[in-house]
Design a protein around this ligand. Structure first.
Ligand code: BG6
Length: 488
């Protein structure tokens, strides 16, 4: 479809951002909307209405955006004329979410009959009151869409509560639950790799695949977010959502179409087939870590407990590794190793699919280890590599592992949009495929909750690991005992 016809549905677009003065809005949302505007992916009628509690007028708000958001736009994409045009789309409404009259003020600014997109980038505790008040102010109609930023609850009951509250006013087809990993180019490419090719599918199962590793390693520490992070930890912040979504895409059955529900049905089946952890499983198959003082990016950095706003006896994990299984025919007995952490040696997210070695050792000089791996590097660089055995030149049959490297950077010259830009365009165009459905979110919590509760019951402190390392030694032991090793 021609993009311009796809984005114009005849209704003026009002994008209304709650938490519009916040960090996410400044660092990610406005820059993403600028990029969408630059590339003609916003309807000509777009207005972006930021709400916040500050008593700003429009001029003061625009000055705030200049100061706090502009620098997050890629330099090469910035130009003054487009920026001025973009600023013309922006409005500011002072709004206290507790105050019903303020919603009346918002209703006066939003155009009658507009396609309204409400982006809730506030603490999730406010989602209920915002949705109730939007509805009471007559702002929610059949065309409205609501985007929910994570964290969507901190456990299953709180996630259900949010879903119920939002569901009172919005149908499921109007709700866009963001997991920004689903907006990453490389993650979407994984779907194409799996389902746009036929050569992988016959091999994509037990016993041909012997294990799968998913790593999302961050170099950054907790920064200024301790207030949020200390009550959250790596399991809730990263694994329950981003890593499980990656796992779903690796493990799902081929969907019958790219229709949102067809894709989400298959992901849901994976989440529901994840083996539940008992206390014994938790003690044996999970590792929690917390970074200590160390060197990261050539700089000495503090340990988690020394970071601002972190209680000195905090047991919050900044690292988690675990082994899990998907109890289906396809994945029977295949371990999935998941790992994520802050202040790791470097930023690196990858999926490593290890294939079973040849069943018969024909070559006496085989180097041992895993013969074939498919490595999908998600960030910082995108790459897909297949490791295979080849013969070393010369007499004899010496083997060596070589790498087939799909050179995606030179195959595609096109710009790669940031995850938020891509997802915001999807919201504008009404595409739900890369957003989480309610039952998916709840299934993910239903799996994660017993693990988090089990850690509390076991009462163990997280294992320390120096900043700038690959996590605690126990994480290596987790794989070593199965004869595997993390691929860095
Ligand atoms: C967010 C987490 O969802 O993802 C952050 O809350 C984390 O703690 C971030 O740093 C990582 O995202 P990315 O895109 O930088 O890998």
């Amino acid at each position: 479809m021609n993009p311009s016809t796809e984005i114009e549905n005849g209704l003026p677009l009002d994008m209304i951002i709650f938490g519009g003065m916040g960090d996410l809005a400044m660092r990610k949302l406005l820059p993403a909307l600028y990029m969408a505007f630059l590339h003609g992916n916003l309807p000509a009628t777009t207005r972006i209405v930021s709400t916040g509690r500050q008593d700003f007028d429009r001029e003061a708000y625009l000055a705030h955006v200049e100061e706090n958001s502009r620098s997050f736009i890629t330099q090469s994409a910035f130009n003054d004329k487009t920026w001025d045009g973009f600023l013309k789309l922006l409005e500011y409404v002072r709004l206290d979410v507790q105050a019903a009259p303020d919603f009346g003020g918002l209703a006066q600014v939003s155009r009658p009959g507009a396609q309204r997109v409400f982006y809730l980038s506030t603490a999730p505790a406010l989602f209920t009151i915002i949705c109730d008040k939007l509805a009471a102010a007559g702002l929610v109609d059949g065309n409205a869409r609501v985007v929910l930023e994570k964290p969507l609850g901190h456990d299953l009951p709180s996630a259900i509560e949010i879903n119920e509250a939002v569901g009172k006013h919005f149908a499921e087809s109007q709700i866009y639950r963001i997991d920004h990993y689903l907006g990453k180019e490389t993650v979407q490419n994984l779907m194409v790799l799996r389902f746009g090719n036929s050569i992988l599918e016959p091999l994509w199962r037990a016993p041909n695949i012997s294990s799968v590793q998913i790593t999302v390693a961050e170099e950054l520490g907790v920064g200024s977010r301790a207030g949020f992070y200390d009550g959250t930890g790596a399991m809730r912040d990263m694994l329950q959502n981003h890593l499980l979504q990656l796992l779903c895409i690796v493990a799902m059955e081929p969907p019958t179409s790219l229709n949102a529900d067809a894709v989400r049905d298959e992901k849901l089946k994976v989440l529901r087939s994840l083996r539940r952890f008992t206390l014994a499983d938790i003690a044996r198959d999970t590792v929690r870590g917390q970074y200590t003082h160390g060197v990261s990016g050539n700089q000495e950095v503090e340990g988690y407990l020394e970071e601002r706003n972190v209680p000195e006896d905090s047991k919050t994990e900044t690292f988690v590794a675990l082994r899990t299984y998907i109890d289906t025919w396809r994945w029977s007995k295949v371990p999935f190793y998941l790992r994520t952490g802050k202040r790791m040696q470097r930023r690196s997210s990858k999926i490593v699919v290890e294939f079973a070695n040849p069943p018969f050792p024909l070559f006496p000089d085989a180097p041992g280890g895993v013969a074939n791996r498919l490595v999908i590097e998600l960030q910082p660089e995108e790459a897909i590599k297949l490791q295979i055995m080849a013969k070393q030149p010369g007499s004899g049959m010496q083997m060596q592992q070589v790498t087939l490297n799909l050179d995606l950077q030179s195959a595609f010259q096109q710009r790669r949009a940031e995850a938020y830009e891509r997802l915001l365009i999807d919201v504008v165009r009404g595409r739900l495929t890369h957003f989480m459905r309610r039952d998916e979110l709840e299934a993910a919590w239903a799996w994660a909750d017993p693990i988090i509760n089990g850690w509390t019951t076991l009462g163990e402190k997280p294992h320390p690991y120096p900043a700038g390392s690959w996590g605690p030694a126990e994480s290596f032991a987790l794989l070593a005992r199965d004869g595997h090793a993390w691929v860095e």
